[in-house]
Design a protein around this ligand. Structure first.
Ligand SMILES: [Zn+2]
Length: 137
């Protein structure tokens, strides 16, 4: 899948603050329990902070107690893309925004969370913008 939104590193640097740039464009990770959404229970849609594409909703958000906002599924299958990540000596699956190819976090599965999918999309708060309101699905 080819990203629909392609910008140069310089353009992203101008649009994002340094922390957003580091996480979204350099695949950084915010420190756990520091982001604005890990303990947020407001209803709404979570959009990509880089491009505004709608990625997750509060209906799939659950309390994983890992320190990052966690979802058991994306809003729709095509909103995110997956890349195998073998950095840090671990085999992980990186999750990126399908529209702009920005880094969101990682997805883990089989951890035993009591959710419909037993998957945990472990997403950086700084990669997301919450659009509050009722979620229509
Ligand atoms: Zn995006």
């Amino acid at each position: 899948m080819t990203p629909k939104i392609i910008k140069t590193e310089e353009e992203w640097r101008q649009e994002l603050n340094p922390q957003e740039f580091h996480v979204l464009r350099e695949a950084g990770t915010e420190r756990p329990f520091t982001g604005e959404f890990w303990n947020n229970h407001d209803e709404g849609v979570y959009a990509c902070r880089a491009c505004g594409a709608e990625l997750f909703t509060s209906q799939e958000k659950f309390d994983s107690h890992c320190g990052w906002p966690s979802f058991f599924a994306p809003l729709a299958g095509e909103t995110v893309r997956y890349i195998e990540d073998t950095t840090m000596g671990m085999k992980r699956v990186e999750v990126r925004c399908a529209a702009c190819d920005s880094h969101l976090g990682h997805v883990f599965e089989g951890e035993g969370y009591p959710t419909p999918t037993d998957q945990r999309y472990c997403i950086n708060s700084v990669s997301l913008t919450l659009r509050p309101g009722p979620v229509a699905k």
